[in-house]
Design a protein around this ligand. Structure first.
Ligand code: HAM
Length: 421
């Protein structure tokens, strides 16, 4: 076949979707229990939204966005993340005035033109939360405990490590960037070409370089945790105090800088064993200045997003088995097939799944398929049943058969599935 999907894009086939539905359903349950409500936001936005929020000198904006000019001449971009759109929607729909405190969640695809590898795709999926309206450390603690409990609900606590950091306020950050830049100038010629460029464009990113040599050279670079103002320092101390109080384990990583520019104060990453290089399964932080940067009033806020592909890699696919129909129709002759079709609709209307082969295959082939399907019952409609207005119900786990009048079939099956075989 000539037409193939794009590199870094995936088909999620029917054998994989049960795991995805399981992830979504469990996440919804946990998030809604914490009072988060779902928002569904556009996949395509004005390019300026992402440039202004994520930052011009970030990898995402510099080289990873799917940006194009539409037929109306507007520059539009497939969303590379959800926070910018969430803040845009919050402001545009008047939440800053009408309901400034809001807890939102979203799930869906994001697009970044990165180099594909295990756990890294160009279309990937996130489950994200955004908590608007609280500047208090209690909000940071809520979001962090929620993140932890979400992964605990998937049985993954043992395989995860939470790292946190503070970036201080924008003044702290600006001052730190100057200090760091001055320090890095002295190392310039020994750093990799990317880092040499970052000294001028975004020195914080140098701390995040994966190259061993750059890491060693910068090991004694000034630390941001020591450069934040007393208020931000106090905020961070309070966040840690609450986390300590509830027994949530974390490590402070002063080198952790995030790949998006909107963060201030608390930032964090959840790292997982067994994911290789792409080991951040979730990440987030505070972004108190973002609403203002997008033209709104100041709105303190924070959130996180987890990568569903990465979460999926950590889960046992057996956790979400494929759906199995309750019954499988075995019919002989066109009239029987037509009756089965009608009864199937009645069963479906009551939420009972029944499977059926639409080709006129032999009785034996249909019985074999019924056995293989995993269905509990075979529903047999042959000449005798058609003549007497009945269905033979065979329990495939025991082999027992019973004859049931067509009109009684639904209540009979309801009664049987209420009791284990
Ligand atoms: P992020 O760190 O860019 O943050 O992405 C969050 C998570 O999405 C990552 O930890 C990872 O699990 C997943 N992810 C990112 N890129 C890819 C990719 N190419 N392939 C597969 N998974 C990926 C954000 O997006 C922020 N909006 C999070 C946030 C919400 N901050 C505040 N609120």
């Amino acid at each position: 076949m000539e037409l193939k999907k794009l590199k870094g894009f995936r088909d999620l086939l029917p054998d994989e979707t049960p795991l995805w539905q399981y992830m979504e359903a469990k996440a919804r349950r946990v998030l809604e229990a914490f009072g988060y409500r779902e928002v569904r936001l556009p996949l395509l936005e004005d390019t300026a939204l992402f440039r202004r929020s994520i930052g011009e000198a970030t990898d995402i904006v510099e080289k990873e966005m799917y940006t194009f000019v539409d037929t109306g001449g507007n520059s539009v971009t497939l969303r590379p993340e959800g926070t910018a759109s969430a803040v845009r929607a919050y402001l545009e729909n008047g939440f800053a005035r009408s309901a400034p405190k809001a807890r939102w969640y979203y799930l869906g695809p994001m697009f970044r033109r990165e180099r594909p590898q295990k756990g890294r795709l160009r279309q990937f999926h996130q489950i994200g939360v955004e908590c608007f309206g609280w500047a208090e450390a209690e909000a940071d603690a809520e979001v962090l405990t929620l993140l932890w409990d979400l992964f605990a609900a998937f049985g993954l606590s043992d395989r995860l490590r939470l790292e946190i950091n503070t970036l201080g306020c924008s003044a702290d950050r600006a001052a730190y960037v100057q200090t760091l830049r001055a320090h890095l100038q002295g190392l310039r010629s020994d750093l990799c070409p990317d880092c040499q460029r970052r000294i001028d464009t975004n020195p914080l990113r140098v701390l995040d370089c994966k190259k061993e040599r750059c890491r060693q050279l910068t090991s004694d670079a000034p630390r941001i945790t020591e450069a934040v103002c007393p208020k931000c320092s106090e905020h961070f101390a309070r966040v840690r105090e609450i986390l300590d109080g509830v027994g949530l384990a974390y490590r402070v990583n002063p080198r952790m800088v995030r790949g998006l520019d909107y963060y201030n104060r608390t930032t964090f990453e959840l790292l997982a064993e067994g994911l290789g290089a792409q080991n951040a399964v979730a990440a987030g932080g505070r972004y108190d200045g973002l609403a203002e940067a997008l033209g709104g009033p100041p709105v303190p806020a924070l959130g996180f997003a987890l990568g569903m592909e990465r979460l999926g890699l950590l889960l046992d696919p057996e956790a979400a088995p494929a759906p199995v129909p309750t019954a499988y129709w075995v019919t002989r002759g066109p009239e029987a097939a037509a009756r089965a079709l009608a009864l199937r609709r009645e069963l479906a209307a009551r939420g009972m799944g029944s499977a059926m082969d639409l080709a006129a295959r032999s009785f034996k082939a249909q019985m074999r398929a019924a056995d293989r399907s995993g269905a509990r019952f075979a529903l047999i409609l042959a000449e005798d049943e058609m003549a007497s207005g009945t269905v033979t119900v065979k329990d495939l786990s025991t082999g027992n058969q019973e004859t049931v009048a067509v009109g009684e079939l639904i209540s009979y099956l309801m009664g049987r599935i209420a009791t284990p075989s």
